[in-house]
Design a protein around this ligand. Structure first.
Ligand SMILES: Cc1cc2nc3c(=O)[nH]c(=O)nc-3n(C[C@H](O)[C@H](O)[C@H](O)COP(=O)(O)O)c2cc1C
Length: 302
């Protein structure tokens, strides 16, 4: 079996993306990105991660008494890249903090699994570290997945607490002829997409995939929306964008007060206080990052 055939086939196997970290006896933190992480036993609870025998962190992990696995989520692929980069201080960014068992972990991870080292097994050019699970943490962030040599995240990323049993975002895409969506022209594309993510939209696509986005496709159930750089109409069609608001997005939520509080917490301006409408809706208006009005509404509960 040649290496290329083997690695090409294995690249098709979706894996998690984790950062495994520990402290050396001198108190220095060590960590590496690992996609070879999986569970190994239920009783006792054991997990397994394979570490290259040639890795700079190999001596520290084989001698460590414990390690903490942070399962990376949406938006954390830069952390994965950093912890896979040789010859840099991977902890210099300060985003890993002492967490479970006092070990370095990522506070915003999708999950964390803290282990004591159970055994160290020879696995060819790698060493399999078997960890006995001592503590776990489950976060809200959708886990990153590594497949076809790229990072992906499943479409649905709303907090578990906000998910209903039949999550509308987990439905497959409607047929082509039932799809249509507006493009919102925004000065701040990323910030505007994040604003809609707060209102339950999920990022589906981004162009370019890395760096400052010019286009972000979003979806909420069967509703689609794209946020596009404000110079798009002029650049593509020779039509300058009109000054002032030219659309109003109307977003229905389960609980208006909770949503308005979340938005107020991140200083989203309230343009119009909630008011009960005779047709049975309670509506407030907030401003998106470019100042466009967005109606946020819920049904009036009698
Ligand atoms: C997505 C991804 C997954 C990786 N998974 C593993 C892994 O499971 N085991 C491993 O030893 N190295 C893995 N690596 C490589 C290490 O993170 C790291 O680059 C390697 O240990 C070299 O580090 P060094 O500079 O400390 O020697 C992975 C890298 C990436 C980008």
């Amino acid at each position: 079996m040649d290496t290329v055939s083997f690695t090409s086939a294995m690249a098709r196997v979706p894996t998690p993306v984790t950062v495994v970290a520990t402290y050396g006896p001198d108190g220095v933190p060590y960590g590496f990105t690992a996609s070879s992480f999986c569970s190994a036993s239920l009783d006792p609870p054991l997990v397994l991660v394979c570490l290259d025998k040639g890795a700079s962190t190999h001596p520290a992990f084989t001698a460590a008494e414990r390690f903490l696995v942070s399962v990376l989520g949406r938006g954390q692929h830069q952390v994965a890249r950093r912890f896979a980069t040789s010859g840099i201080d991977r902890f210099a960014a300060g985003d890993l903090r002492p967490l479970e068992l006092g070990l370095p972990g990522l506070p915003g991870a999708s999950a964390r699994i803290a282990c004591t080292l159970h055994s160290v097994l020879d696995a060819g050019d790698h060493t399999a570290l078997l960890g006995r699970v001592e503590r776990t943490f489950v976060g809200d962030r959708t886990p990153l997945v590594h497949v076809d040599r790229r990072f992906h995240h499943p479409a649905q990323d709303r907090p578990a607490s906000a998910r209903r049993t039949a999550d509308p975002d987990s439905r497959s895409q409607p047929p082509m002829q039932e799809r249509a969506f507006p493009l919102i022209f925004a000065d701040r594309v990323g910030a505007t997409a994040e604003f809609y993510e707060l209102l339950g939209f999920t990022r589906q696509s981004q162009n370019p995939p890395e760096g400052e986005p010019a286009y972000i496709g979003l979806r909420r159930g069967t509703t689609e929306l794209a946020v596009v750089s404000a110079d798009w109409p002029a650049a593509q069609c020779g039509v300058p964008s009109a000054p002032g608001p030219c659309f109003e997005m109307f977003v229905l939520v389960d609980d208006l007060d909770t949503t308005l509080k979340q938005l107020a917490d991140i200083r989203v301006p309230l343009l119009r206080a909630p008011a009960d409408m005779p047709w049975g809706e309670r509506i407030a208006h907030v401003a998106d990052p470019d100042g466009n009005p967005v109606a946020v509404a819920c049904a009036i509960h009698s």
